[in-house]
Write a protein that binds this ligand. Structure first.
Ligand code: SF4
Length: 443
């Protein structure tokens, strides 16, 4: 590796001076693997130096467990002064620690970019010093990257909760996307499992980012800086580390989308890495299917005009593991179906299981020219295995079982699709219907 080890020290964490850069990379990329907040769309950063965030197709690769791998995804340091119950890097764990210096990290990113290994950087860190001192080092690394190395590629930065709002603003000038992990759906959960973190400090970051977002909506002549955090703010919630229901999780996400203007909430199935009496004992593997269903419900909130109370309610606080949330809603509301595919409104079509945003648009466009029949719909991208039970073409009901909940539910769950759900592997290279919907949101 041709990376120089000349270092810039600010308020340094306890550096393992004997560790090579390769060692640090191994330790700190491994330490970042549980972070799911990794998406890059929405940025338009470009310039005359290296990289163009909006053209480079960042984050289009996924690891076998569904995590994005096209960015260099590392922690700056895994020395942590906090002791969050669920975290591998917590203070009380006895394992290898390492920290980069700002220049090491900047050079490493550029080196990897030039070798075509990566298209951008996802940078997070444990809290090795005060939140401000930790943030200052991350900012120094990004400044070097942007200014010394003229790197214009995509950068996603995790903001350290508790840092000054001014540092969040500075971070927004350097990063394409920022995030801060809300971690758990309720303040009580945070208090239990991460008592050194404060919910109000995390919300403060969203609030500062929200003000920057408002500024972006101003006419150009009135904006302070038009490129601050262009891809917006995201967060991550752990699913299954507390007894919180899916309803509680979705309500929190909805509040974050509406109240704090977040672009994206990521959900991460709880993976036990520590032994701690505050943590649940999982009866089986991590709840990946639950995570997947919550992602599907999240798509309904953001793109299908569903309200949380339509998806779940206090009497039904958990998502149905057997069918996706839109199909579950449709089964509970068969009085709206079957719909006439040739006359239904956009909003009505979006409520049909198996019709996504793209296929809805294609239907609207195609039916201007001809009357659609069953054979046409598959060609327009409609997933007929689900949609047929909720449609007619003006003359015939398209389903092959009676329009009754028990029959339709059985039809939706009885074939290999059920196996696909229960064996969900998150191998996104497989072109399965289930995995595709997690990526595209077509439900
Ligand atoms: S602050 Fe908590 S979650 Fe973050 S690295 Fe430290 S122990 Fe882990």
């Amino acid at each position: 590796m041709s990376v120089s080890s000349s270092l810039i020290h600010l308020t340094s964490p306890a550096l393992h001076s004997s560790a090579t850069l390769e060692d640090k990379l191994r330790i700190l990329s491994g330490a970042a693997r549980y972070d799911a907040s990794c998406a890059s769309s929405g940025s338009t950063r470009s310039g005359s130096g290296l990289g163009v965030a909006h053209k480079s197709g960042i984050c289009h690769s996924w690891s076998a467990d569904g995590r994005c791998i096209s960015l260099l995804k590392v922690l700056y340091s895994n020395h942590c002064r906090y002791d969050c119950a669920y975290c591998l890097n917590r203070r009380s764990n006895d394992h290898q620690r390492a920290s980069f210096t700002p220049d090491e990290l900047a050079q490493l990113t550029v080196d990897f970019y030039r070798r075509n290994y990566i298209e951008g950087l996802f940078l997070s860190s444990a809290v090795f010093a005060s939140p401000d001192d930790t943030m200052l080092q991350l900012l120094e690394a990004l400044r070097l990257l942007r200014q010394k190395y003229s790197f214009h590629g995509y950068v996603h930065l995790k903001v350290i909760p508790g840092c000054s709002p001014e540092l969040t603003v500075q971070a927004a000038q350097l990063a394409d996307r920022m995030s801060a992990n809300i971690e758990l759906p309720t303040g009580q959960g945070l208090q239990l499992l991460a008592p050194e973190k404060r919910e109000d400090e995390i919300l403060q970051i969203f609030s500062t980012a929200g003000e920057l977002q408002q500024e972006r909506k101003l006419p150009a002549r009135r904006r302070q800086d038009s490129v601050a955090n262009p891809a917006g703010m995201s967060t991550q919630m752990i699913v299954g580390a507390t007894p919180d229901s899916d309803l509680t999780i979705l309500k929190r996400a909805d509040l974050l989308y509406r109240g704090s203007g977040l672009k994206r909430v990521y959900y991460s199935a709880y993976i036990p890495v520590n032994s701690d009496t505050r943590l649940p004992a999982l009866p089986g593997p991590p709840p990946l299917l639950r995570e997947h269903r919550i992602y599907q419900a999240d798509w309904l909130l953001r793109f299908y005009q569903f309200g949380v109370d339509e998806i779940l309610d206090p009497a039904h606080p958990q998502l149905d593991p057997d069918v996706d949330p839109k199909a579950a809603w449709a089964l509970r509301h068969l009085e709206h179906f079957p719909l006439d595919v040739n006359h239904a409104s956009k909003e009505e079509l979006l409520r049909v299981p198996g019709i996504g945003v793209r296929s809805m648009r294609r239907i609207i466009s195609a039916r201007r020219h001809r009357r659609l029949q069953s054979d046409d719909l598959g060609k327009l991208g409609v997933v007929m295995k689900r949609a047929r039970y909720f449609l007619h073409d003006g003359r015939f009901y398209l389903g092959d079982v009676p329009q009754r909940e028990d029959f339709i539910r059985n039809a939706l769950t009885s074939d290999t699709r059920k196996k696909a759900v229960s064996q969900l592997s998150f191998d996104f290279s497989a072109a399965s219907e289930m995995t595709a919907s997690a990526l595209t949101g077509e439900l």
